[in-house]
Each structure stands twice: as structure tokens, then as C-alpha cells.
Design a protein around this ligand. Structure first.
Ligand code: GH3
Ligand code: MG
Ligand code: MG
Ligand code: MG
Ligand code: MG
Length: 298
């Protein structure tokens, strides 16, 4: 049975023997290992792929383990990774220096297996807590989809990906029609349930790479990678029909709900980026409402 979460562990040491020994032990617990043969490579690997824990040798050519710790703690992408500095020095001064440089823990060489295991376990607790906080900070608690902040972050990533792959990227805004009436006539709890059902309906009609985010109260944005404007409008139309056909509430008190959709291209048509695309989609949504709701306007 696994004793801590599966983690990505970066191991930086300038001796092959040490790297081999450490990586064998770490991998035996089910973790993924990333190897670096010196401090410079450790930073390169850390920037290229995120990791949860690093075991860093102090004495290495080019860049010492102490300097690696400084750099990793100064970079927001790795600032909360768990760093274990490793050295054969055993005076208390070194331990102090290590913690001061940003190391979270310290281990003596030669490395005792039980000590390393215990330290990985401590790092595993921090890793779990960090993952939980990141997930909570990105998720809308009512519906489980990305919150506005995470949505905008992901939009930035999707724009970069679309640029690299020269693929189109579109988005749509979906806004439930007369949602206030549902709250007013059936109560806020029923309104909450309707929001959850709405998201499930959208989710069930989208592709795995599409991303739903809660943009406002009863407004959701869907990012559609590899999708040009015309196809995005077709997606929105499919969502509109699914929502309108969905039976809501218990059988005795069933009702239906409709939504209006504004659609816009993000890439390559909107050089103003995500803000511009959201503005265009919002204007389209406004027209969809004005023209009678329960419709898609590109
Ligand atoms: P329209 O067709 O023009 O979009 O009308 P609407 O009633 O849907 O729009 P309006 O913006 O006037 O009202 C949105 C309502 O959504 C008001 C707000 O109380 C409700 N709402 C926002 N967030 C939540 C939520 O988390 N739970 C519930 N139950 N209601 C919410
Ligand atoms: Mg060394
Ligand atoms: Mg409104
Ligand atoms: Mg609405
Ligand atoms: Mg609204």
C-alpha cells in the first residue's frame, strides 16, 4: 500500500552512484523521478516540468544546492515545492544556512534509507495540502467547474497553445434565461440545483478538451480549443437544444429552463486576446437576450 501520494521527485546530484541509489529508492515508493546531474540542469528541469519534491545535493559544480534552493523559492512556479537539501556537513551552521536559503528540510550524507523515507512522507503531507489548496482556489464550489480566475488563466494557456499549433480557439458565454424567476418562485436551493444541472448538461454535450468556467452568477464561459467560430456556433446551438430539452426538478413539479448564448473567436481572429473575445461574446449574448432569448448569436 502506498504511504504517501504519488509525487514527481527531482533528484539533483553530481555523482552517478548517488543519483542511482536515490532514484531507485524514490521510485520504489511509486513516485516519478526526474534526474539532474548538476545545479544548472536541476533548474532547467524544474522550469521544464513541475515537480512536488526535490532532493538536492549541496556540493555540485556550476551551481551549489544552496543556490538552486534560492532560485527555486524565488520562482512562483516552484516556490511551494518541497526542497530537501543534502550534505555530508553535520555542523548546525549548515542546517541553518539550508533553511535560510529556502530548503524545507535537510538530510545528511550518507543518506539513511529510513531517514529519506520519513522525509518523503513529510514532503507528501505538504504536497497533498498544496494540491488541495490549488484545487480549491481554482474551483467553483457549487458547480465544480473552474472559477473565473482559473478560467482566465486557462484561457491564457489555450491562447499560447493555439499560437504554437496554429489552431483556432473560440469561446461562448451561456446565460440562463430568466433565472431570477426560478429563484423567486422555487427558492434559492432549487436555483442552486438548477445551476448544477445546467453545468452537467453542458458538460455532457462537450468534448474532453473543452473547458467550462463559471464567469458570474448564472453565466458560464466555455473555451473551445481547435474550434473556429462557425463550429463554435454549432456547439452553442447543440448546448442550447440540450438545455431546453432537459427536465428539471422532481416529476411532480417538473419545469424546463432555457439559456442564451454569445459566441466569439479568440484565435486567430481576435488579436485583443481573451478580454476582447469576452467583450464580443458578451455583446452577442446581449443581442440574444434582446431578440427573445433561447438562442445563439455569433
Ligand atoms: P436574463 O434572462 O436577462 O439573463 O434574466 P436573469 O433573471 O437570468 O438575469 P439576472 O442577471 O437579472 O439574474 C440572475 C440571477 O441569478 C440573480 C441572482 O440572484 C441569481 N444567482 C446568481 N448566482 C446564484 C447562485 O449561486 N445561486 C442561486 N440560486 N442564484 C444565483
Ligand atoms: Mg556533490
Ligand atoms: Mg443579467
Ligand atoms: Mg440570466
Ligand atoms: Mg446573467
Amino acid at each position: 500500500m502506498m504511504q504517501f501520494p504519488a509525487m514527481r521527485v527531482l533528484i539533483a546530484d553530481d555523482t552517478v552512484l548517488m543519483r542511482t541509489m536515490l532514484s531507485e529508492q524514490v521510485a520504489s515508493y511509486g513516485h516519478d523521478v526526474i534526474l539532474a546531474k548538476d545545479g544548472r540542469e536541476a533548474l532547467e528541469r524544474a522550469q521544464a516540468e513541475p515537480f512536488d519534491i526535490a532532493i538536492i545535493d549541496w556540493e555540485m559544480p556550476w551551481l551549489s544546492g544552496l543556490e538552486v534552493c534560492w532560485h527555486l523559492k524565488a520562482d512562483p512556479r516552484t516556490a511551494y515545492s518541497y526542497l530537501i537539501l543534502m550534505t555530508s556537513h553535520d555542523e548546525p551552521f549548515y542546517e541553518m544556512e539550508a533553511l535560510d536559503a529556502g530548503a524545507d528540510d535537510f538530510i545528511h550524507k550518507p543518506v539513511n534509507r529510513a531517514h529519506l523515507k520519513a522525509r518523503l512522507k513529510a514532503g507528501g503531507r505538504i504536497t497533498e495540502m498544496h494540491r488541495l489548496l490549488v484545487a480549491q482556489a481554482q474551483t467553483d464550489p457549487l458547480t465544480g467547474v473552474a472559477n473565473r480566475r482559473a478560467l482566465l488563466e486557462r484561457a491564457g494557456e489555450e491562447i499560447r497553445r493555439a499560437l504554437r499549433s496554429r489552431q483556432p480557439l473560440s469561446l461562448l458565454i451561456a446565460d440562463i434565461d430568466h433565472f431570477k424567476r426560478i429563484n423567486d418562485s422555487r427558492g434559492h436551493a432549487a436555483g442552486d440545483e438548477a445551476l448544477q444541472r445546467f453545468v452537467k448538461t453542458l458538460d455532457g454535450a462537450l468534448r474532453p478538451g473543452d473547458l467550462i468556467g463559471r464567469y458570474g452568477g448564472e453565466e458560464f464561459v466555455v473555451l473551445l480549443p481547435n474550434t473556429a467560430l462557425a463550429d463554435a456556433s454549432a456547439v452553442a446551438e447543440r448546448l442550447r437544444q440540450r438545455v431546453a430539452a432537459q427536465e428539471m426538478g422532481p416529476n411532480s413539479d417538473s419545469f424546463r429552463m432555457t439559456a442564451s448564448f454569445g459566441v466569439a473567436a479568440v484565435m486567430p481572429e481576435a488579436p485583443g486576446g481573451i478580454d476582447e473575445a469576452l467583450r464580443v461574446a458578451d455583446a452577442a449574448l446581449y443581442r440574444a437576450k434582446a431578440e427573445g432569448r433561447n438562442r445563439v448569436v455569433p
